[in-house]
Design a protein around this ligand. Structure first.
Ligand SMILES: NC(=O)c1ccc[n+]([C@@H]2O[C@H](COP(=O)([O-])OP(=O)(O)OC[C@H]3O[C@@H](n4cnc5c(N)ncnc54)[C@H](OP(=O)(O)O)[C@@H]3O)[C@@H](O)[C@H]2O)c1
Length: 303
């Protein structure tokens, strides 16, 4: 069935997640037909009420994905990944293969794929290397127009720090305290992705780096967040790799994920993950960490 040009059908993977949920809502608001993918129909129900067609299924199943992608004017893909997977890289590989196979079988021609800064490198970047492999896999699909979005360090990652602040009174990670990283709100990624899925105006393989409003160090994040939650002296402490691995595994994440996470932060510290195009108006996005910090502060207060 053909679709009217102004009412495209868009399939959104990870529709109950951070970026996919925000993209699906923007597309619905713009009048698109949205097919929302997740595993759990209950979690997808709110999007169904908002007008989406919900497709509950396993993103590791290429036949399910081929049905979900088939006939769509555009598709948003991501590696959902499971931080408890015993072999995280193997899981990224399995998910990536299923997506590529599903896309090939579906005949979908226009794909916006969530990737990361650092995905230009094949190795030495931990979890990001799996996104490099996925970029390469998607590039091999004949005839698709592929837009690779490369943000890094979502503001939302700091939700994970709230429990640590509550329990230990500090923030801790392996990233060096003064290294400024291009951090970004998932809302800003969703805005760019939704606009691209609606406009479908690029051709071939395109890369779009997304750098957030400005680069931020962990020291600066601790200062801003500390002020918002009534702890102006909140400190950021750089942990050793061994201590960080202990924290991650203690929180229930797999040793495999912990190892790749730490390799990624080592790449940050050594300056190996960064923009290739330099900051400019097109890759700078509006949301300031100061604004997002209100959300974090509300979540902290509710703990
Ligand atoms: N966080 C960062 O700083 C950062 C930076 C750059 C890139 N990235 C990349 O961003 C990606 C994650 O994107 P996100 O944060 O938007 O997602 P997310 O919030 O982690 O959500 C994952 C989504 O995938 C769904 N899902 C999980 N397993 C599934 C499966 N087997 N089959 C079908 N659906 C499944 C989940 O739905 P249900 O649970 O409801 O099934 C959920 O909607 C990762 O590839 C990560 O590497 C993250």
């Amino acid at each position: 069935m053909s679709t009217l040009a102004n009412t495209p059908t868009v399939t959104v993977m990870g529709a109950t997640g951070l970026t996919g949920g925000k993209i699906a809502r923007r597309l619905l608001a713009a009048g698109a037909r949205v097919r929302a993918i997740g595993r759990n129909p209950d979690k997808l129900a709110a999007l169904e009420r908002a007008g989406a067609q919900i497709l509950a299924g396993d993103g590791l199943d290429p036949a399910f994905l081929a049905r979900a992608f088939g006939g769509a004017d555009a598709v948003y893909t991501l590696l959902a990944t499971d931080r408890q997977a015993p072999d995280y890289a193997a899981r990224q590989h399995e998910e990536g293969q299923a997506i590529a196979e599903g896309l090939r079988a579906s005949g979908a021609r226009r794909v916006v794929a969530l990737s990361s800064l650092g995905a230009d490198q094949a190795e030495g970047t931990g979890v990001i290397a799996g996104l490099h492999a996925q970029e390469e896999r998607l590039k091999q699909i004949a005839g698709i127009h592929l837009l690779l979005l490369r943000p890094v360090s979502f503001f939302e990652n700091f939700y994970d720090a709230l429990g640590q602040i509550r329990e230990a009174g500090l923030m801790a990670d392996t990233v060096a305290p003064d290294i400024a990283v291009p951090m970004i709100a998932a809302e800003d990624i969703a805005e760019v992705a939704a606009q691209a899925l609606l406009a479908r105006d690029w051709s071939g393989v395109a890369v779009r780096e997304l750098l957030g409003q400005r680069d931020l160090s962990h020291n600066e994040v601790a200062r801003i967040l500390g002020e918002r939650i009534g702890k102006p002296a909140l400190a950021y402490v750089q942990l050793s790799e061994a201590d960080m691995a202990g924290v991650l595994v203690g929180a229930g994440l797999s040793p495999s994920f912990a190892g790749l996470y730490i390799e990624m932060t080592r790449a940050f510290n050594e300056g190996r993950v960064g923009p290739r195009q330099g900051r400019n108006a097109a890759n700078t996005t509006p949301t300031r960490f100061e604004d997002f910090a209100d959300e974090l502060a509300a979540a902290y207060a509710a703990m």
